[in-house]
Design a protein around this ligand. Sequence first.
Ligand code: TRP
Length: 493
Amino acid sequence: MKDTPPRPQWQTHIGFISAAVGSAIGLGNIWRFPYLCYKDGGGAFLIPYFVALLLVGVPLMILELGLGHKLKSSAPISFASVSKNWEWLGWWQVIFVNFGIVLYYSVIIAWCLSFFFFSFDLSWGSDPDTFFFKQFLSMSKGPFEIGNVRSPILVSLALIWFLNWLIVTLGVEKGLERANKIFIPVLFFITFVLVLWSIRLPGAKEGLSVYLKPDFSRLKDIKVWMDAFSQIFFTLSLCFGIMIAYASYLPRKAKIVRDSVTIGFANCFFSIFTGLGVFSVLGYMAQSTGKPFNEVVTQSIGLAFVAYPKAISLLPVFSKVFGILFFASLVIAGLSSSISILEAFTSSIIDKFHYPRKVVVSVVCIVCFFGSLTFATQGGLFWLDIVDHFITSYGLVLAGILECLLIGWVYKASLLREHINTVGIWRLPSIWDYSIKFITPFVLIIILISTLLKEFAAPYGNYSPLAVIVIGRDWLILTIILAFIFASRRGHS
Ligand code: TRP
């Protein structure tokens, strides 16, 4: 158990970029970004969005890639080399994603896979709303009424976990690199076809105009700016320990700055582009049903599982093909993100305890499969909503603040900058230090305070305060306890 094989390495540069872009591009790009853009000033939203990308997104990406590259280890071990007292932070990041986000994210990918199959005969019929919530999920009345595990989800969920297991167990080169080198071009191709198809539909023009028509007055609202910054963290897979692990497999000569810019922009352009398709489809739906636009527009689950199915059924030709392509794109975007966190957690365990990869991945996938069943129950959607709120609004933000303070101040940003400049070609200017030491933590603290104020004003999402505490807060606390346990164990050498 103790002879560890040499550290794996990406075989090609494009393999690494595909994997990082694959992690960044996820469901959030397709079902959240376009809606944010519409809600927060249309084309004008691109200003805060790109400001957020340049001011904190790319700098933090540079930090994570630089750190992983320099220390050649996953997040916990990297943080431990900075200061032993901070190892827990690395564990916390990979744990709250692996035993939080991925558990419900995999259930959503499973729904997408089921809907991929439903597309073959448009099984949702004329009322996708009832089909999804009542027939497919058979939702209970509230979070404390869990009910049974839904068998239609179970098969897809098992398949998704099998794929997760297969890819990650095959390792960095044979699994993640190969899979992403297929996933990313296929995803881009499907998205391209769907967007071209959608923008020719009648009504698409009106849809696109509400999506992108700039309303600059919205930029005065601080909430618009906070939306932009929060979306950037989540969409770029930052503060999840993922980019640190991925960069630890880079060869010695690495173009950290250039790659960070490439990954950041590829992700954001994908979001904008895919939004063209989403809003064309919504525009088409508004026109064919004769409803005003604000009644058809939605995001996340409502968009993918109610609005899109409705629109697909309305298509005059090849509607099934459209459905198949759309849900395939969601499955691919989701899978390439879920394997990235599994890798981040797996490599943390391997780095510290030196167990064989196969064993680690198998145990993790089995545990996660059973864990994800919580969200595949009749009360699962309530749990998903609450856990997601706590992990992304508090876990992610808090982990980001601590990461910046640790690397910016304890480790010293300038030290990392020197390393990045000795191995790469694009020079990283010293203003980068300011983003890490001041701007990013400042922005995150503002976001955290504002979420806390909202939280105390009214419990999240009209759930009972008990549900919010027991399901949301305690789930998050549990991940912190686990993080301390992992950090306190002695590793094998
Ligand atoms: N970036 C993804 C998105 O926009 C979210 C994400 C990042 C994610 N890393 C992940 C989801 C790991 C699950 C697991 O949707």
